[in-house]
Write a new protein. Structure first.
Length: 153
């Protein structure tokens, strides 16, 4: 269901032909990189956090790790990832397929600076066996991002 929602969402931008569906799992950075055939860093992982009463998504390079000090400086709170149970309820996508496409109303998306070193990246597309090949400009447009931020090591 979340895959269909993300697919329809990207179709609205004329990018449905960029979606790749795999016979194997792409639920982790390593599995996604293997399925896509790229280096793990090019996988645009979408991390879900609770900030006050809000759910936010941070899209970062596959090899990036959240830097707690930078995160706190950006959001004025300690980094608190959503629990496994909360992810689908609050974002509209299940763990392993969380992406910035077709998320629930009110979810804010941020793009991390760690992605800027790449021309193309591969975020998930709503399921644990899909990805979309996008340029950074296409990711900016489709994610309806709030801002570029620097919260990763």
């Amino acid at each position: 269901m979340a895959f269909e929602k993300a697919k329809e969402y990207l179709k609205g931008y004329g990018l449905e032909d960029r979606i790749k569906v795999f016979d194997t799992s792409s639920a982790t950075v390593e599995l996604a990189a293997e399925a896509v055939g790229c280096e793990p860093a090019r996988i645009a992982k979408t991390l879900s956090f609770q900030v006050g009463d809000e759910c936010i998504l941070v899209v970062a390079a596959g090899d990036a790790r959240v830097d707690n000090k930078k995160y706190k400086a950006q959001f004025h709170t300690k980094a608190k990832m959503l629990s496994f149970e909360e992810v689908e309820e609050l974002t509209g996508h299940a763990v392993g397929g969380v992406c910035p496409f077709g998320v629930k109303e009110g979810v804010k998306v941020y793009l991390d600076e760690s992605l800027r070193r790449f021309g193309k990246v591969y975020p998930a597309c709503g399921s644990s066996n899909s990805a979309a090949e996008l340029t950074l400009q296409e990711l900016e447009c489709t994610s309806r991002y709030e801002a570029w931020i620097d919260v990763c090591k």
